[in-house]
Ligand binder design. Sequence first.
Ligand code: HPA
Length: 272
Amino acid sequence: MYEKIKQTADYIRQKTNDFKPEIAVILGSGLGSLVDELKMEYEISYKEIPNFPVPTVHGHKGALLFATLNSGKRVMVMQGRFHYYEGYNMRTEVVYPVYVMKELGIKTLIVSNAAGGMNLSYNVGDIMLIKDHINLMPSPLIGPNDDRIGPRFPDMHAAYDKELLALAHRVADKRGVAVREGVYAGITGPCFETPAEYKWLRIIGADAVGMSTVPEVIIANYLGLRIFGLSVISDVGGGDEPVEVSHEEVLAAVEKAVPVLVGLVKDILEDI
Ligand code: HPA
């Protein structure tokens, strides 16, 4: 994979006039409108990138975007991610873009997603800053380790950067936005949780659950990147009454929270 990553990064450098991004953002379902707020300089469709996974028909837009912020910092945005439940290989496809980001010189990764809440004090539309995660998916590091890329047994005691978390709280306070801070559990999906699973997730210490993010964070941590993550709470379960969850409902909740989340991420990007 080492050579493939280098080849992909070379192609991107050539297509972006050697842009050298410092921060990467992975946008989750329905969160694409962040890109409307940034002045894009280059856009490359996933389809044309050598060795990149091929987007599924129902997938998101599928492009890498490159922008310079007011502060002069250079950002790379992944519009659309590769979910394990879509059938992508965990080791070689789901997390492939993160390896490429590192090769391009990224130091900081911001991840966003929609998640179901099982902390009963949460409401639909809340924004949760991720302070830690529980991995309930296969690890993207299973298999032989390439010591040129990262360690065999990566430490995970501070996967989510404390300083970035503090910065996000400051930015939220300044904007007058109330945010939560919690633990994200990553499941494979594509089923939403049963009531018993929701309850179990709460008991094991999760505040929210989703079908993404954890694989990318594991690899980003393995590669020594600083990580910040946030979730939009799109439904709340795990109480006494079972609650039906639908994809449409999730997208509707996310849509409402998007302007707030986009404002937050924009400020965080400028202040990093
Ligand atoms: N479970 C898993 N993933 C999700 C959920 C959920 O309830 N809501 C949004 N993504």
